[in-house]
Design a protein around this ligand. Structure first.
Ligand code: 13P
Length: 252
């Protein structure tokens, strides 16, 4: 079954009301392939979600960058999955490396968050990826398999999960993985799904790449057979995000 190309823009902790207005204007005016070819999702900072929801074209979706692990309540500063569902958001990003490694979220905590978000009807962009020292020690595939297993231990249904492979050494560094490096991991993650979840999950789960994706390098990455889209940080704040969306037409 064909996997629809998926391009996410992770705006991280960036933006003002004014800069969002300008960025949304660019996105709204862009001529991009239709929703039969590419699914486009942007994740503004939480405080800006209502602004972007109200102003963004309706063929693009809005995601949150994080949510709490269980039902809301006395958890100061958190956002619950119920709140996101109530706003009508289809997606939430969970397990981003900045939350794993800067905030200190564990594999298990993230997997619990994913399971809870799925139970509330959200789709989840589940981020995985190795650090530089793990790659240099030859542990790349093991680290990614460990992060996949943490989630597989908690969920059965992968139909609303997009896996984002984001090698930590490539995030915000300008050091993009080569198409071959990314394809190797995407292929391994897909095989992991086939061996540990199901042939169907392996065939249908979108595995997208993130880490210094730009308008320049996205074309070669998009042609790799197991790269089903991108999760874009820095370049998603610029008009070049439109060119990255267009690379969907180069997908095999
Ligand atoms: O972390 C990322 C997307 O979630 C990637 O960030 P950059 O595209 O800025 O490297």
């Amino acid at each position: 079954m064909a996997r629809k190309f998926f391009v996410g823009g992770n705006w991280k902790c960036n933006g003002t009301v004014k800069s969002n207005e300008e960025l949304v204007k660019v996105l709204n005016a862009a001529e991009v392939p239709g929703t039969d070819v590419v699914e486009v999702v942007v994740a503004p900072a939480a405080v800006h979600i209502p602004q972007v929801l109200a102003s963004l074209r309706k063929d693009f979706s809005v995601a949150a960058q994080n949510c709490w692990v269980k039902a809301g309540g006395a958890f100061t500063g958190e956002l619950s999955a119920e709140m996101l569902a109530d706003l009508g958001l289809p997606w939430v990003v969970l397990g981003h490396s900045e939350r794993r490694h800067i905030i200190g979220e564990s594999d298990e905590f993230i997997a619990d968050k994913v399971a809870y978000a799925l139970s509330k009807g959200l789709g989840v962009i589940y981020c995985i990826g190795e650090k530089l020292e793990e790659r240099e020690a030859g542990n790349t595939l093991d680290v990614n398999a460990r992060q996949m297993k943490a989630l597989a231990d908690k969920i059965q249904d992968w139909s609303k999960v997009v896996v984002a492979y984001e090698p930590v050494w490539a995030i915000g560094t300008g050091k993009v993985a080569t198409p071959e490096q990314a394809q190797e991991v995407h292929d391994a993650v897909r095989k992991w799904l086939a061996d540990n979840v199901s042939a169907d999950a392996a065939a249908t789960t979108r595995i997208i790449y993130g880490g210094s994706v730009t308008a320049k390098n996205c074309g070669d990455l998009a042609t790799q057979p197991d790269i089903d889209g991108f999760l874009v940080g820095g370049a998603s704040l610029k008009p070049e995000f439109v060119d990255i969306i267009k690379s969907a037409t180069q997908s095999k």
